[in-house]
Write a new protein. Structure first.
Length: 75
């Protein structure tokens, strides 16, 4: 790891801040879970345009999509 080869000790990361394989697995899972939230947020932006019922319907569909995505990851 490059961190240990750093000559200046002050620039080295503390050992407890170095990510191990399990940390990366958790981060990947978090990314997978959060991706549908991001996608639906982008999808729903700027869709209001005084069409309240349509926007609400799309929001409900987004919630359904997000819930199914999260449940897939949990299983």
């Amino acid at each position: 790891m490059k961190n240990y080869s750093e000559k200046d000790v002050k620039k080295r990361l503390p050992k407890e801040d170095i990510l191990i394989t399990e940390d990366w697995r958790v981060l990947i899972k978090i990314k997978i879970i959060l991706k549908p939230f991001y996608e639906q947020t982008i999808h729903l932006q700027s869709r209001a345009e005084n069409k309240i019922h349509r926007v609400l319907w799309e929001a409900f569909l987004s919630i359904k999509y997000i819930l199914s995505s999260v449940l897939r990851v949990i299983k």
